[in-house]
Design a protein around this ligand. Structure first.
Ligand SMILES: [Zn+2]
Ligand SMILES: [Zn+2]
Length: 97
């Protein structure tokens, strides 16, 4: 697996796989977030986690001056990404049982 490329957040385009309303993922997907930047087939995947970490790095570069802002955003993003990851793991476990 190659490292995910950084994609700027664009509304109605999945930040991980790049799917849109017109071109959904195979089997269909729906938006996870209100901004419509993350779809259901990517939420909680390793790529989603990796992207979130890259986004944190971006924030760091952009808001380098205000360390407190970066810390708050980092906690938020990491928290959200981990929650999605845990949710996906639980769903997978349920399917196997
Ligand atoms: Zn996606
Ligand atoms: Zn999708």
């Amino acid at each position: 697996m190659s490292a995910p490329r950084y994609r700027p957040l664009k509304s109605c385009t999945c930040r991980v796989c790049g799917c849109t309303d017109e071109r959904a993922c195979e089997g269909g997907c729906y938006w996870i977030d209100a901004e419509q930047t993350l779809c259901s087939s990517c939420a909680g995947t390793a790529a989603d986690l990796a992207y979130s970490l890259e986004w944190i790095t971006m924030l760091r570069l952009r808001h380098g001056a205000r360390e407190s802002d970066v810390i708050a955003a980092t906690i938020n993003l990491a928290d959200e990404a981990l929650k999605r990851f845990a949710k996906r793991l639980r769903a997978q476990r349920r399917r196997k049982v």
